[in-house]
Design a protein around this ligand. Structure first.
Ligand code: GDP
Length: 195
């Protein structure tokens, strides 16, 4: 898939600051270092798109990107990062909660977990949150290249069980290293964002 026009729109903390547009939004969330930036970059085939989200001042904000003026990627700040000061952590919850409940354009969330590990307590809480808000969720187990093929099914069962994934839901694997899963993740995004 080739994109002509992928660009950063703005950062926001409060609903008044969200972009005034009429595009379907798909938000990405996961614990810090899970591979969210790598997933975003790989999906749009740009090396540095998500680097914007990692520049000082923007890491703890919600970052919006337009994809060919058809779709908006929303990069939500990662959770569970020990180095983040308590004051910042306190702001995270209301900021994310406001976005999830007040965005006019949110169609679904991509919840990213590390394929190598049992989902953390934070992952489980995030999942419960999304369920309680009834937000369509695509669960992506990334860094799948790190798991030998013979061990994948067992590991995916563990992740699926821990996050209470239902048979009807999207539960996908991905690797930014091999680009495995790019197509299926895009299909899942298209399914929940396109009219
Ligand atoms: P973020 O903090 O969630 O945005 O995570 P990054 O995308 O910056 O990735 C964190 C680390 O994991 C980096 O060292 C990446 O190179 C590595 N990483 C990300 N995705 C993958 C993947 O699919 N496979 C492997 N092997 N490493 C990955």
């Amino acid at each position: 898939k080739k994109f002509q026009n992928v660009h950063f729109i703005k950062s926001a903390v409060k609903p008044e600051q969200y972009p005034q547009h009429n595009l379907p939004e798909i938000a990405f969330i996961g614990r810090s270092n899970v591979g969210k930036s790598s997933l975003l970059n790989t999906l749009v085939n740009k090396k540095n798109l998500a680097r914007i989200s990692n520049t000082p001042g923007r890491t703890q904000q919600i970052n919006f990107f337009h994809i060919d003026e058809k779709l908006c990627f929303v990069d939500l700040p990662g959770y569970g990062y020990a180095k983040v000061p308590e004051s910042v952590r306190k702001q995270w919850k209301p900021m994310i909660e406001s976005y999830l409940t007040q965005s006019q354009h949110l169609k679904g969330v991509v919840l990213i977990v590390d394929a190598r590990h049992k989902p953390t307590q934070h992952d489980v809480l995030m999942r419960e949150w999304l369920l309680s808000y009834q937000i369509p969720t695509i669960i992506v187990a990334t860094k799948i290249d790190k798991i030998p093929k013979t061990k994948r099914q067992k590991q995916l069962n563990l992740i699926g069980d821990t996050l209470n994934v239902q048979a009807t839901e999207s539960f996908l694997t991905f690797s930014a290293l091999t680009a495995e899963g790019v197509k299926t993740v895009w299909q899942a995004i298209a399914q929940i964002t396109l009219p």
